[in-house]
Design a protein around this ligand. Structure first.
Ligand SMILES: Cc1cc2nc3c(=O)[nH]c(=O)nc-3n(C[C@H](O)[C@H](O)[C@H](O)COP(=O)(O)OP(=O)(O)OC[C@H]3O[C@@H](n4cnc5c(N)ncnc54)[C@H](O)[C@@H]3O)c2cc1C
Length: 403
């Protein structure tokens, strides 16, 4: 029996290794880029956050978040770590639950997968883009630029549209549509969000630990805590990625309210700042030792205080306003960056059309799909790769099983 797999990314490699556990199964893995795991290599800022120990507790989205359940239970985060250990990869879990390779290099993850693919019953073809798929009386006919190949069962593991420069494309959606499947609306997620607040450019490169709450027309939309990074025209970092899902996707006034000092109360902060009225410091130093210097100065300017004004001359009300603005700093959001910059695609091929216990299509017997091409996306912090490993493994196990 031949199992064809289109896409040599995270889910496609997991599927190939799992299917090849059946020695009677010949696996053909087709990847359009020059090498497998190109996107994987860029994940986690080159460190690859390969799973999250809390991934079984939730954190997945899509029209039917429960669809991911069976796959995640069959290959849980702990089992994923054991599987990688068998492949030769040591991993380490951070207190937050994020798991990284011990080497701290995404390359290590790609390497152990690449080595594992070197099996007698796996054929890997890189630089091989699948253009068309046709159903045959028995199985499928896959057409690439240069050849046509037949297989008995077929797994679509083409990934999503996000991260276009790293290989994200419409290909998987188009191939599945050509076989009768449908797709929900695609949106970028885990992505930077732009603001029209002119002060942001002065903060380019500044990072801070904060709580972020996104409001649409004064109604809380999403919230998170963690690191924010200011960029030339927007907000970035894990805390923003977390609240970026569907932000600015509808009309309304979108605001991000930042608590830049979540560990202390506004009253405590106000007391600390009032004590500085005993010093000879200027207002530009009001937040020195408390916040990043540039962030502190921008906050002071935003409430209309000159940086050179002696703190001793600041009225109590001005100090109170400064404390309030650090605890609730509001930034107007305009739009998320596009698919090029997004880590993940929200939306995808309709999961109702697949059996979540096998990953097989309910419309086309013998056809399977896994990974980001499906309408499943996870939170920031290793959830998306865990979905890729779990869904790929389940698809491979079922596509590769004997009759
Ligand atoms: C910059 C960045 C950082 C990220 N960091 C993390 C992280 O730290 N942790 C985390 O959990 N998630 C992270 N993600 C998300 C994660 O990488 C993806 O969700 C995951 O790789 C999806 O796996 P996949 O197998 O579905 O798709 P992919 O890994 O994208 O693989 C799909 C493969 O299919 C190939 N392909 C597509 N069409 C065809 C075709 N027609 N013929 C042949 N081959 C084809 C593509 O070239 C690609 O190699 C990150 C994403 C980005 C862009």
């Amino acid at each position: 029996m031949v199992v064809g797999i289109i896409g040599g990314g995270a889910s496609g490699m997991a599927a190939a290794l799992r299917a090849a556990e059946n020695p009677d199964c010949q696996v053909l893995l087709l990847e359009r880029q020059a090498r497998v795991g190109r996107k994987l290599q860029a994940t986690g800022n080159g460190r690859c956050n390969l799973t999250n120990l809390h991934a079984l507790e939730g954190g997945y989205h899509g029209d039917d978040p429960a669809f991911s359940r069976t796959a995640l239970e069959q290959l849980s985060p702990e089992k994923t770590r054991e599987w990688f250990l068998k492949l030769g990869l040591l991993t380490v879990a951070e207190p937050s639950g994020r798991v990284y390779p011990f080497s701290d290099q995404a390359n290590s993850v790609v390497d152990v997968l690449r080595f594992a693919l070197e099996k007698p019953n796996i054929t890997l073809k890189t630089g091989c883009e699948v253009q068309k798929i046709r159903r045959e009386a028995e199985g499928f006919r896959i057409e690439t630029d240069s050849e046509a190949i037949s297989c008995d069962r077929l797994i679509i593991a083409c990934g999503g549209l996000a991260g276009t420069k790293l290989g994200g494309s419409m290909s998987g959606y188009k191939l599945l549509r050509s076989l009768g499947h449908s797709c929900t609306r695609l949106r970028p997620t885990l992505v930077q969000v732009k603001t029209d607040w002119p002060g942001v450019s002065a903060l380019k490169g500044v990072r801070a630990e904060c709580r972020a709450e996104v409001y649409r027309d004064d109604t809380l939309w999403s919230e998170s805590a963690g690191e924010i990074q200011f960029t030339e025209y927007g907000l970035s970092g894990p805390v923003i990625f977390e609240v970026s899902r569907d932000v600015c996707q509808g009309k309304g006034d979108w605001q991000c309210r930042l608590d830049l000092l979540p560990q202390i109360s506004e009253r405590q902060l106000e007391k600390m700042l009032l004590a500085r009225r005993e010093t000879k410091l200027n207002a530009g130093e009001l937040f020195t030792g408390i916040l990043h210097n540039r962030l502190g100065r921008v906050l002071v300017q935003e409430i209309g205080i000159g940086l050179n004004m002696p703190i001793a001359q600041l009225p109590e009300t001005a100090v109170a306003r400064a404390a309030a603005s650090a605890k609730c700093f509001s930034v107007h959001l305009t739009e998320p960056l596009g698919m090029d910059s997004a880590q993940v695609t929200a939306g995808g091929v309709v999961t109702e059309e697949f059996d979540g216990t096998t990953m097989e299509s309910r419309l086309v017997p013998g056809l399977y799909a896994c990974g980001e091409v499906l309408d499943v996306d996870g939170d920031c912090g290793g959830y998306n790769l865990q979905w890729a490993w779990s869904s790929g493994s389940l698809a491979g196990q079922n596509a590769g099983r004997g009759e």
